[in-house]
Ligand binder design. Structure first.
Ligand SMILES: [Mn+2]
Length: 327
């Protein structure tokens, strides 16, 4: 059982500690990286030793955050995970640390409670939204550098303020970050309007592979390992490709299958309307949010497709049942 903390308590614990190792999740996105980088900068401002560890490389597009990476320069005395919902999300290289996480700061309702203590706010659109409040509680000034990191987290987890997790508070927090000097316009261009040619090649293949199911209510696309290799796209550049099938008119559930180097398929589920992505993912051993969830499945393409589509169908049925019960 993890101890549920208030954010004030979490801040107090951080103030008392030194040599703080910050862990991000594997396949890092802007939220885990931005939140980790901001926490690290805040702790450094308090003249503590702090550094960030991620089992995967940090995508080059996030270079502007100038993250203090952990390379074994000291022995961690306190370990904090940010935006990591479960222990399986740390990745292999984090093995020495993942079983002794002291504090977890997260916004996933599915957080498994693996840490000794947890601050969880499932209403927050991004872990970075929590981190803005935590930086205040630590008494650290919101510098332009911190604001850039935190804005990155909020903007990426909300699809640039388009996803349904975006609340009024999300915008208020973003406004505060703008006031603090976040380079919003530059960052939006960098994060959302900056596709490589390799990514376009991968997108072309994904569009060729696109198929419709259940009268067009589900669109599914996939990229095999061979196709990903052929396109020469960096895996992290495929993250937002996962929103593509869902953007097609009439589609309630968009599925993207990406084959991983080990042969397994990473399944990304995006939903509109009543369908719940988390319910589908959970039946397949994964998790996430109502609009965006995922899992990883072993098996060939046909088996994977069949398994995922069966759960999509089950979710459509469940929604129809719920609708009938309401009437
Ligand atoms: Mn997040």
């Amino acid at each position: 059982m993890t101890e549920a903390l208030s954010l004030e308590q979490a801040a107090q614990r951080l103030k008392e500690q030194d040599r703080i190792l910050i862990l991000c999740h594997k396949n890092p996105d802007g939220d885990t990286i931005g939140t980790g980088a901001a926490l690290c900068k805040a702790l450094l401002a308090l003249e503590k030793e702090a550094a960030v560890f991620c089992s995967d490389p940090i995508p080059a597009m996030y270079e502007y955050m100038q993250i203090q990476r952990y390379t074994g320069q000291w022995t961690p005395e306190y370990i904090v995970a940010v935006d990591v919902a479960g222990i399986q999300l740390f990745g292999d290289a984090a093995q020495p640390y993942q079983d002794r996480v002291d504090l977890c700061i997260d916004h996933h309702a599915t957080n498994s409670g693996y840490a000794d203590a947890t601050y969880l706010d499932a209403e927050a659109a991004a872990a970075a939204e929590i981190m803005v409040r935590l930086v205040d509680l630590l008494g650290v000034e919101l510098t332009p550098e911190l604001a850039d990191c935190l804005y990155t987290g909020i903007a990426t987890d909300t699809g640039c303020f388009r996803f349904s997790n975006t609340g009024a508070e999300t915008h208020r927090t973003a406004a505060r970050l703008m006031d603090a000097g976040a380079r919003v316009s530059e960052l939006n261009t960098l994060l959302f309007e900056n596709r490589s040619r390799q990514r376009i090649v991968a997108e072309k293949i994904a569009l060729q592979n696109l198929e419709y199911h259940f009268d067009g209510r589900c669109a599914l696309t996939f990229l095999t390992r061979e196709e990903i290799t052929l396109s020469q796209v960096a895996p992290e550049e495929l993250e937002d490709l996962t929103s593509l099938p869902r953007t097609i008119e009439g589609v309630d559930v968009g599925i993207t299958l990406r084959q991983q180097p080990g042969g397994s398929y990473k399944v990304s589920i995006r939903t509109a309307g009543a369908a719940d992505a988390r319910v589908i993912a959970q039946h397949l051993g994964g998790g996430g949010h109502a609009r965006a969830a995922g899992c990883e499945l072993m098996g060939n393409l046909d088996n994977t497709k069949a398994a995922v589509l069966a759960e999509v169908e089950r979710e459509f049925r469940r929604q129809e049942q719920l609708k009938q019960e309401e009437q």
